[in-house]
Design a protein around this ligand. Sequence first.
Ligand code: DGJ
Length: 749
Amino acid sequence: MIRSLRSVHLGAVLACGLLASPVYAAATVNATPRYDAAQRLFRLDAGGVTYAMGVNADGMLQTLYWGARLPASDTLGPALPAPERSSFDPAGALTPQEYAGWGGAMTATPALKVRLDDGNRDVVLRYDSYRVENDGLAIVLKDAQAGVAVTLRYTADDATGIVGRSAHIKNTGKQALTIDSAAAATWNLPRANDYSLRYLTGTWAGEWHLQTRPVTPGATVLESRRGSTGDENNPWFAIGRGDAWNEDHGDVWFGALAWSGSWSIRVDEDILGQVRVVGGFNPFDFAYRLKPGEALDTPVFYAGYTRAGIGDASRLMHAFERDRVLPGGASAALRPVLYNSWEATEFKVDEPGQEKLAEKAAALGVERFVVDDGWFGARDNDRAGLGDWVVNRRKFPNGLKPLIDKVHGLGMSFGLWVEPEMINADSDLYRAHADWVLNFPGRQRSEGRHQLVLNLAREDVKAHVLQVLDRLLTENDIQFLKWDYNRNWSEPGWPEMSPGEQQKVYVAYVRNLYDILRQLRAKHPKVEIESCSGGGARVDLGIMALTDQVWPSDNTDPSDRLSIQDGFSYAYAPATMMAWVTGSPNWVNNRVSSLDFRFLSAMQGGLGIGANLLEWTPAEAATAKTYVAEYKTIRATVQRGALYRLLSPQGRAPWSATMSVAQDGHQAVLFAFQRQGEESRPYPTLALRGLDPQARYRWRAIHGKVAPGTPDVASGAYWMQRGIDLVMKGDLQAAGIVFEREGGRRATR
Ligand code: DGJ
């Protein structure tokens, strides 16, 4: 019989002798784990998902089921190890273990690989005990002889069924050991040979390309070796079953790693169709030494399942991020409309210039004014000044206060750009502390954008960065920081540590970064932060827990942005995604586009303006003002509603369309775009999604034309079955249509 772990908790805990003072959460949004003592089965039922594990006769903890929620009365055990298939296919490698050590006859990718100082590298993890922690389940695996204990932590979000997994790896032996690789989790999928993988790839100004490839016997590795999240791959995956999985249909398993350092997600399929997704710290150049009694915590790897296609997988991720990951959760503020002059002025920021722009921005209805790079130190270009976070008195003779007061007087909040982890060799800080950067003594220090990376793993560097930022926020009335990070690591040495400890930099750096953000937020709770990394190279669930929004790309061309924003939306919520209206022709590709197209493209996320407002004609300013006002009437729906991708812009497709439905169902917003008009083809009929079939909705156009004969009001069923026809002629056309529900509201996810 399966019993709720909350009810058996104390007895079980005492029986195992594990937890002296159990912590009970008064109110929890995580599901209650259940345990079947007779069969040694663990089960998490949350949202539409059941996740089950069991301890087999050999003491391995193995995955039994991960999929659609099953009745509580169904038994999912017993856990039976896979039989040895041949002398080349041992049981340990074939059994879908939750967290396997590299040891015994293991040939599959292990979750953990360890070297003991005496040369032993054999770690065979076997079930030891379990306990309920305030927020979920903890299962302890051990190899007592090797002196390794691993506590696996599980949470399951009741609303979305998303399971969070991590591992706490402890040296319980008498000698030091080194961890060569440590995953947060291994996710075992049902055995099959018809899976395909979707993942995201990119480069600077070209992030968030959606890729698809079949999962076949062999390995696919998604990773960053750059020291930070990176944009070459993003730590997100989705695996679907069969040929027919799409936006609305099909089994999809998906997940994202909450880590902003080097990471890897490896998708392995063996010849028997067992698929394992192993993700965590990137094993490349990894080594983490533990003295007796010391421990390492991995990041959390979140993953979910849906039967309703990749569209639903994205909506589940969005809801989870919105309500469970982002600071403020469900009660977080909506993203204000911001202005940023980077594309207009680059480094040429000064008090009179910024004041003029602030006046123009305020007149448009902008709510936040952000001063970008160039306000500090000797920063006239990218060759100098990084590290010297003191106001440049040539540009701002009286400090930032006059500008901040002006911005506040205009009714806007004030934001400032910083890049705290970086340093130019031409800076006072580097002249004083050349030893503070990542480096291998005596070796060349490679620069990127003329800058070096401060070694945040050092406690003195961490303290300095924290103190500088704290002072900046204490001395100035700042409401927002744009936190930039513009290069990869190189020569990642930490010469102050012993050779055996230096590679701890991969973990310590990121943990200190998180700690700085945490401390700043605690001390300055009203300050919001954007994660930017030369665009979207640091977007992940780890940084998202400590920041309020992200900058997906430096590419602000509104047509390119359609693909960028679409790719972003597979993994991350529109609530986090900032998008600016900038100048035309666009600096990236010289493409000319209308202000309407630019606004409607940017309104798919958190709206910003980054154009040179001093160059806008009165007519352009009036148009912009109307769009900003319109955006404020729909932003709750766009940012926090349920997103449906109707037409995909991937692969430079000519058409793209999305719609968002408000959480309370009162409003839906449709955005449709035509990049190229070919052969005077009509725009595809758009069948809307997510409406209440019984309710009636009246439409209004922010911009664009609907076909003659379209009713003013119709049922949700009509809009979803008959759909709506738009009239678009020519290149770079766009429409924004708002559907208002007549009468009451209803709840949606
Ligand atoms: C890279 C960012 O992505 C840009 O938006 C801008 O802030 C520049 N850095 C400033 O150096």
